[in-house]
Design a protein. Structure first.
Length: 108
């Protein structure tokens, strides 16, 4: 006759199941916390991007406004600049100046 088999305890199995369950719950909690932190960071980045985009539009409008011909003429007049008489050209073959500026160059 054989000796009766020892009955196994359920405690290690229950402990293993509880450990797996607690580990899964902690993993889900950490994952959820990380996702929430990332969502807040993305929101802050979107706000900063919107502010920078608005500032870029302001600067672009300012450049366009200051680069307009009338604004450039007014800025040149404030600096004491005068309007040119016409276009003059420099001939590279002989170094002569052709046009209204030829009268301003003295002879050597």
């Amino acid at each position: 006759m054989r000796a009766p088999a020892h009955q196994r305890s359920l405690v290690p199995f229950v402990a293993l199941c509880l450990t797996i369950l607690v580990g899964a719950m902690l993993g889900a909690l950490l994952l959820n916390t990380a996702m929430a932190a990332t969502a807040y960071e993305m929101r802050e980045q979107r706000i900063e991007l919107a502010q920078l985009s608005e500032h870029q539009q302001f600067l672009t409008q300012q450049v366009e406004r200051r680069g307009a011909p009338a604004a450039l003429a007014a800025a040149a007049a404030e600096l004491g600049m005068e309007r040119g008489e016409g276009t003059s050209y420099l001939r590279l073959e002989d170094g002569a100046i052709a046009g209204p500026a030829a009268e301003l160059v003295g002879s050597d």
